[in-house]
Design a protein around this ligand. Structure first.
Ligand code: IPE
Ligand code: IPE
Ligand code: MG
Length: 237
């Protein structure tokens, strides 16, 4: 009894959780539905998980919503995902009411102007929120991010000795944010798919076969429990 209690008290929460929201298409296929139905269900799961993270005191949640490679998909699927994003962004009050700060990472240049406008408005609306920071990765690619940082370094004319890990990190889309402690990938795939490749150098990973639309706070708790069993040494002893 006593032991159990102590374990509960000592549970460490990851400061920053990153999630690859994968498996929407397979979830829909299993039900004989169009892929778009899977994306809609996935968007709903995202809201549930963001709220839950906020409630339990997670500081940062970074979700992979659209990768630089996802443009390869049929135009109709891409448009469907963008429309779901619009719906989500239009409901700005949700962030205000829930004390959630909304931010984005990625290259926003190719996104439609109205989406970029909504993104800016939501960031402004939620900028003083003191709860969870939700970071949505949109047209995000880890390699693209590093290239972008290196270009800035060149533009700013840094001298070779000034190009440090910190100098690179400060020019990534995630500048100012702590690295992810825990990266979660559902859907049974065991890869990063170009997600946070610089920032994940010392992250802990948690994989699961559950498809993203079926992901629930129970699974998040399992991931956090697994994280608590990990011994993070960062190269030390
Ligand atoms: C993730 O689900 C959503 C995006 C990549 C936008 P998928 O659409 O990749 O679902 P699967 O992997 O085909 O099942
Ligand atoms: C990663 O999932 C991107 C997002 C979840 C947004 P993908 O479905 O695009 O990744 P791969 O193609 O299986 O590697
Ligand atoms: Mg996928």
């Amino acid at each position: 009894m006593f032991r159990k209690k102590r374990e509960v008290i000592e549970r460490r929460l990851p400061t920053h959780i990153a999630i690859i929201m994968d498996g929407n298409g397979r979830w829909a296929k299993k039900r004989g539905l169009p892929r778009s139905a899977g994306h809609a269900a996935g968007a709903s799961t995202f809201k549930t998980i963001a709220r839950y993270c906020n409630r339990i005191g997670i500081r940062y949640l970074t979700v992979y919503a659209f990768s630089t490679e996802n443009w390869k998909r049929p135009e109709a699927e891409v448009q469907g995902i963008m429309n779901l994003l619009r719906d989500y962004l239009k409901d700005a009050d949700q962030f205000k009411n829930e004390n959630i700060r909304l931010q984005f990472i990625g290259d926003f240049e190719p996104l439609d102007e109205d989406i970029r406008q909504l993104m800016a408005e939501d960031m402004e609306t939620s900028k003083n929120a003191t709860g969870l920071t939700v970071n949505i990765a949109l047209n995000y690619g880890g390699r693209d991010e590093i290239v972008h940082a290196v270009r800035r370094i060149a533009q700013e004319g840094l001298r070779p000795e000034e190009i440090t890990e910190q100098a690179v990190a400060e020019r990534l889309y995630t500048a100012g944010m702590p690295d992810p402690d825990l990266i979660i990938r559902p859907s049974g795939e065991y890869r990063l798919s170009n997600y946070l490749i610089w920032q994940s150098a010392y992250a802990e990973y948690w994989f699961s076969n559950v498809l993203w639309p079926d992901f629930s706070p129970k699974h998040l708790e399992q991931a956090i429990d697994a994280y608590n069993g990990r011994d993070r040494r960062f190269g030390g002893v």
